[in-house]
Design a protein around this ligand. Structure first.
Ligand code: HSE
Length: 437
């Protein structure tokens, strides 16, 4: 049988990795897929031929729309990234009856509902394993491997750049901006690195995980997003003193009131496996009612790890080319007519324990006044430490851990504490997740 012809859009970090993996492992991949897979056309504005193999069989142009319009091509791999023209290219490919494989989390989180509806109408597949947690096959695990379960919650380190920054700050005391530059040079960071450090990239990925876990439409705009830029070295140290690590976590959980969807710095007990996932590595904990907690770990970014997921999707598509479109694995895990519009909880409604750090005057009665405000709001303190003042400073950091409280109540109490004359500046807060299945 002739090889399946594939058009590749983008020859950057992931596009180049995909071409190299498909070239290097061509025989083994064909034995798995049941057919050869050949990238025959690629579109790229710029590329470095010295880093690419198999170019002799690829016709390269800078016109991505010509590739999606080429009638010989059956599968389009979209690795340009961003919202536009990726959206237009993917929709055009679908309209032309081509299957699509993409690593574009921003595109799926923002426009996935529209794209999947178009794919269903035209009877084609849109595969997006590489969009979440790079090389970890987490979409396949949740969508297929855990299909028996009611998923209770998912918590993941799903941005490699942010995890690399937090790890280097903690282990080597390095500066935030210096580590970020290294992540960019290694090809981990997004084109706009604020997507990494402000949690937008992780929120795109969490949006996708929440949908396939609970069978709800993609709703990126309802995902609470908070970055890591406000974390100070002292918080890393104090978290450690309390027995916690700070990680940038994406959490989605089914509760009686609705679904939590949130990305924020999170303190995790340091003995949890996921608290020890360092550097650019990602990890996703999934808790299912039947299976209990399961953990998936691996490289969340980078050229060939991401290419691994892209290529596996291409193999899946090739295997399913002859299946009736109604009998394929549904894009969002649940049959399209079975998606439900459950409410997504605003962050004020979410319950959590908190780490709090405030700068207070070092004199009698201050801690008592703060404790009274918390007690009046029915917020229990689990642990409290007053730290040493810096030399010549009359104020000291006061750090504490609260028991679980609804965020709205905590906000009111913290606003009252910030009004006290003996408290200076804003109170730092970090949510705590114990992640005990
Ligand atoms: N910028 C992303 C990260 C790339 O650092 O995880 C993978 O999606």
């Amino acid at each position: 049988m002739n090889p399946v012809k594939v058009g590749l859009l983008g020859l950057g970090t992931v596009g180049g990795g995909t071409l190299n993996v498909l070239t290097r492992n061509a025989d083994e991949i064909a034995r798995r897929a049941g057919r050869g897979i050949q990238i025959t056309h690629a579109a790229a504005k710029a590329y470095d031929p010295s880093k690419l193999s198999g170019l002799d069989k690829v016709e390269i142009s800078d016109d991505a729309f010509a590739v999606v319009d080429n009638p010989e091509i059956e599968i389009i791999i979209e690795l340009i990234g961003g919202y536009s023209p990726a959206r237009e290219l993917v929709l055009k490919a679908i309209e032309n009856g081509k299957h699509v494989v993409t690593a574009n989390k921003a595109l799926i989180a923002m426009h996935g509902n529209e794209i999947f509806a178009a794919a269903q109408k035209h009877g084609v597949m849109v595969a997006f394993e590489a969009a979440v947690a790079g090389g970890i096959p987490i979409i396949k695990a949740v969508r297929e491997g855990l299909a028996a379960n009611r998923i209770e919650w998912i918590a993941g380190i799903i941005n490699g750049t942010g995890n690399f920054i937090l790890t280097e700050m903690r282990d080597k005391g390095r500066e935030f901006s210096d580590v970020l530059k290294e992540a960019q040079a290694l090809g981990y960071a997004e084109a706009d690195p604020t997507f990494d450090v402000e949690g937008i990239d992780a929120a795109h990925k969490l949006t996708i995980l929440g949908s396939i876990a609970f069978g709800i439409p993609l709703q990126f705009e309802k995902t609470y997003t908070e970055g890591i830029t406000k974390i100070e070295p002292q918080d890393v140290e104090y978290a450690n003193d309390f027995g916690y690590r700070i990680k940038h976590l994406g959490v989605t959980r089914m509760t009686d009131k609705g679904i939590e969807m949130r990305v924020h710095p999170t303190m995790i007990p340091h003995r949890r496996l996921i608290a020890n996932v360092d550097g650019v590595m990602n990890a996703v904990l999934v808790n299912g009612d039947a299976v209990g907690p399961t953990l998936y770990y691996g490289a969340g970014a980078g050229s060939e790890p991401t290419a691994s997921a892209v290529t596996a999707d291409v193999v899946d598509v090739v295997r399913a080319l002859t299946t009736d479109s109604e009998n394929r694995v549904p894009h969002l895990a649940f049959q399209p007519g079975e998606l439900v519009d459950l409410p997504i909880l605003p962050i004020e409604e979410v319950e959590s324990a908190y780490y709090l750090r405030m700068q207070v005057e070092d004199k009698p009665g201050v801690v008592a006044r703060i404790a009274t405000i918390l007690a009046d709001s029915q917020i229990s303190i689990e642990a409290i430490h007053q730290k040493e003042p810096a030399e010549g400073d009359s104020t000291v950091p006061l750090v504490m851990i609260t028991q679980t409280v609804v965020e709205k109540r905590l906000n009111d109490a913290l606003a009252a504490i910030e009004q006290l004359e003996s408290v200076s500046g804003q109170i730092m807060r970090i949510r705590i997740e114990r992640l005990d299945g």
